[in-house]
Design a binder for this molecule. Structure first.
Ligand code: ADP
Length: 295
């Protein structure tokens, strides 16, 4: 079905990102609760039309590891992207204090890997923006990816207007000027770096290159390019260390691919054992709800 603005009732603001605002909304004709992302851009109408057309392929990207896409439209200088509402929220809100349960961490890593693999193998899409805010959780305990670089025009328009203060970009991307200026084709390996950094951040409970330890964003970016990659603390298992260290290798050509990582001992160990993601997600939902009431 096609969605338009008049059919949508905004219910609440879910969050603000670098690129726009995300609302919880009700689609009146279907009764479906959805997340609607609004991205303001100053573009020609023709470019908006191209973006909407490019986003259309998301209808085909269905997987238990990818957030469902319901449709996109533009109104007065903004693109609106309607997608599945993930009621527990994004990982950045859930990892407070760090996730030390390696079963949970490993299952999250597996889900992200499967999402990335499906995007690449079935749709030839490279994510380009793997980070904790783009890994979402629902109360069934499902982990799904959102916000991938499906529309070339959208990626180009956003990267012209924004630089985040926490970079998940692989060193090889930063060296050529970041932002995807076309000098270097974006590769699967760059997403693997971002996956490693994302898992590390969720484990330790903060961005691994802490912004306040650098004098500027440039100092932080040069730490990514020139410094040693960050590591897990010693309380984590040797398999977890090995997984993260393999992803965070500065030379992209030695980073493993999706297949190799999906069968890494740290992943397999928890695929074959009970990890109750449902209870973990529910507990997170309840503690967040309690926090909201106190506030
Ligand atoms: P960013 O630019 O940092 O990736 P976004 O603009 O994509 O952030 O999203 C802002 C916030 O909105 C996210 O951190 C997340 O908590 C929330 N959000 C985004 N998409 C959804 C969704 N499908 N369901 C629930 N919450 C979402």
């Amino acid at each position: 079905f096609r969605i338009n603005m008049s059919e949508i009732i905004k219910l609440a603001e879910l969050g603000k990102g670098n690129y726009g605002v995300v609302y919880k909304a009700l689609h009146r004709p279907s009764g479906v609760t959805m997340a609607v992302k609004e991205i303001r851009l100053s573009l020609e109408e023709a470019t908006f039309n191209q973006i909407i057309m490019e986003l259309d392929i998301l209808h085909k990207a269905t997987s238990p590891y990818i957030v469902d896409f319901y449709g996109a439209f533009f109104v007065e200088g903004s693109v609106f992207i309607c997608m599945e509402y993930m009621d527990v929220g994004s990982m950045d809100k859930l990892y407070v204090g760090g996730i030390t349960d390696e079963g949970v961490l490993s299952r999250i890593a597996y889900a992200v890997l499967q999402g990335l693999k499906t995007l690449k193998e079935e749709h030839n899409i490279i994510h380009r923006d793997v980070k904790p805010t783009n890994v979402l959780v629902n109360s069934s305990g499902q982990i799904k990816l959102c916000d991938f670089g499906v529309s070339g025009n959208l990626v180009a328009s956003i990267s012209k207007t924004n630089i985040g203060c926490q970079s998940y970009m692989a060193p090889e991307r930063i060296r050529v000027g970041g932002g995807g200026n076309g000098v270097l084709t974006y590769t699967v390996q760059a997403d693997i770096w971002s996956l490693g950094l994302t898992i590390l951040e969720m484990a330790i409970g903060c961005y691994p290159y802490p912004p306040d330890s650098y004098t500027s964003i440039f100092a932080q970016l040069s730490a990514i390019c020139d410094g040693e990659p960050p590591r897990l603390p010693s309380c984590f298992s040797s398999e977890a260390h090995d997984f993260v260290n393999r992803c965070l290798q500065k030379n992209p050509s030695v980073r493993p691919g999706y297949q190799e990582l999906s069968t890494h001992p740290w992943i397999l160990k928890y695929q074959n054992s009970d990890v109750d993601m449902h209870t973990w997600a529910k507990a997170n939902l309840e503690s967040r709800a309690a926090g909201n009431i106190e506030r």
